[in-house]
Design a protein around this ligand. Sequence first.
Ligand code: ZN
Length: 752
Amino acid sequence: MQIKGLKLNKKKIFLILLSLGTAGMVVYLAWFNQSCLSDQEESLRFVDRRGELLGFYLADQKCYSAYCGLSQVSPHFIRAIVLAEDRGFYSHGGVNLSSLTRALFQNVQEGRVVSGGSTITMQLAKLLLNADQKRTIFRKLEEIIFALKLELHLPKSRVLEEYINRLPFGNMIYGIGPASEFYFDKSPAQLSLSQAVELAVIPKAPTTYNPIKNKYQLKARRDWILDEFYRQGFVSSHEYRRVASEEVHFNIRDSLFVAPHFIELIKRRHGNDLSDHKKIDTTLDRNLQLKVLGIVREHLQRLRPYHVQSAAAVVIDNRSHEVLAYLGSPDYFNAENNGYVDYAIALRQPGSTLKPFVYGVALEEGYTPSSILPDIRFPARGGFFPRNHDGMEHGPLRLRTSLACSYNIPAFYLAVKLTPQRILENLQLAGFSYLDKPAGFYGEAIALGSGEVRLLDLVTAYSCLANKGVLYQPRLLKEWPASGRRQIFSPQCAFLLFDILSDPAARAGSFGFFSSMNLPFPLAIKTGTSKGFRDKWAVAVNSEYTVGVWLGNPSGRNISQQVVETGNSATIVRDIFLILQEDWEQGGLPIPPGIVQREVCALSGELAGPYCRDRVEEYFEEWNLPEGPCSYHVKTRAGIRTVYPELYREWWQKNQLTEQAHLGGSREVEIVSPQQGDRYYISQALPLESQQIRFKVMGAANGEKITYRLNNRIFRILSYPSFPLFQLKPGEYLLEIEIAGERRDQVSFIVH
Ligand SMILES: [Zn+2]
């Protein structure tokens, strides 16, 4: 009895539970709140610093912006999406048992979930449930029950409508409306047969069928759907033949995507912290971003004959540490040039761009801007001889000249003296944390760019020069507190580096008075070229902004050497600065306490003595003044002589320097800017009045009257060292200079 009673009780409990469960299910299925469908408010909007939308970037799931009724969508698309996703859609009640069973068997066979067997209604349920990527049996059950509920309360047309407005179409686009606008620049009602089918292919696997990256796979599946259309009599044989022969062609409206790489970077860095937000206030300046994009594209157009296909650019505000413009590539949607790859964070060889961090260590370790570094051939470990880009050796060089002219030999010499380990430590501190191999791996060549860096990190590191040597992590989000403050250099050292890199006279020996590096306001600039001319860099900083530009090829193909020599990355940086900097009075850095100026001999770097011919003013830290007077220029019984240290004997003999050459005699007066054969381009992106060049001459005596003739007509007469400005106008020019009626030099140049 007892056992029987217990059995009865068990049965009763079971029945009660079953009826409760059934009742619960009925209530669950009967109660339907349509508000679950209207979640447009949830869209995750990325806006620029003034609140302007940076395109229609949406959250990963469930969100859509431009809702379309079924009647506003091409019937070809409706037909194709049903065919592609769920051909039994109109006949099942939300769940397709036969395909579900088939999927179950497949899954059991494989021992994991491989096939979904989902109907359109189940997919909608999944999208509405805000499902994560995990595919578990419970998740599936939940979808099935919710799908049944949807079918119970909504007509098929509404299920379909909600579904196509939530579908993922790749590239962060959700919903047929935005997809149609974006990929074909038209409304979904205007889609052609082929376009409608192409769009219907994508949601199945937005990555596999990405219209930008995987056109080939997309076309194969489009043709499969077209075959079905033909077989089922939806299209005539004539139409079928016409469309099937068409290539897949998208007409992408990328103006809707102002900064895709920037958004991707934010998602990568802050993804988890953004889930509660509906609007993300970024630091980007939409206007500036578009202008930078315009400048970069204009330059790339021009550089096409020189095999330059891609570029990246980053602009940081030095005071707020906010990223104002961020270009990962010139064209996100150009698959041929891997436009979707973000070159602002791609690792590439830095060329000479790390040299300031080597020289910074030297200044911290007791060198001064006038310390003499030997620019002479010397054997390094393993028999490697560093060479300068001009193939020459320049003998004793002041540190200022060595860095500004970016010579390799003195930088290599410093790496030997300071040790690669010490330099590597400083680079890691400056944010190049992925230079993580032992110092021996890079060797002294670390000073010449043997590692790999990212443009964003390079720009961040350079901005420390404007911030008293302190490096701040750049900010991407407005509400995000600045973090990661690190002292890289002392304020004095940062100032000296800035002063050297912004000194047009110091770099003239290497770059001439090349116009693209000289601007009407203070600007420290450094260029770099990687081995084999694969990458071309320029980074520039003043008190207000830091700008970096990379030029190169996704394929790794070399850039034509001609471009390398005319320094086009520097030209892009210059153009960006010209639109950034409204106030030309600003840009310089205040001289920090503890810095003093002294007159030194240009040759020996020591305090100028009575016999030194070339003297320059130089900055020093108070505690670290040079010796003097100059030991190179001495008076002997035979007269004033230049005496080089013994170290330079061989170099001196090889270069056959005579004292005469150093101690005066007839001077060569020559035009140093422009250089013979220079080409200038007038930029449409810049105001015309900012596009001027200055003619420069070297070697005349102070006060000497120089007549500048342009195409045989007198252009200006000015006393040396005043130089005339020339407003760029298209044409071919011959510039000649005359002193006292005698022609001394001439160059020809072209303005396009
Ligand atoms: Zn001297």
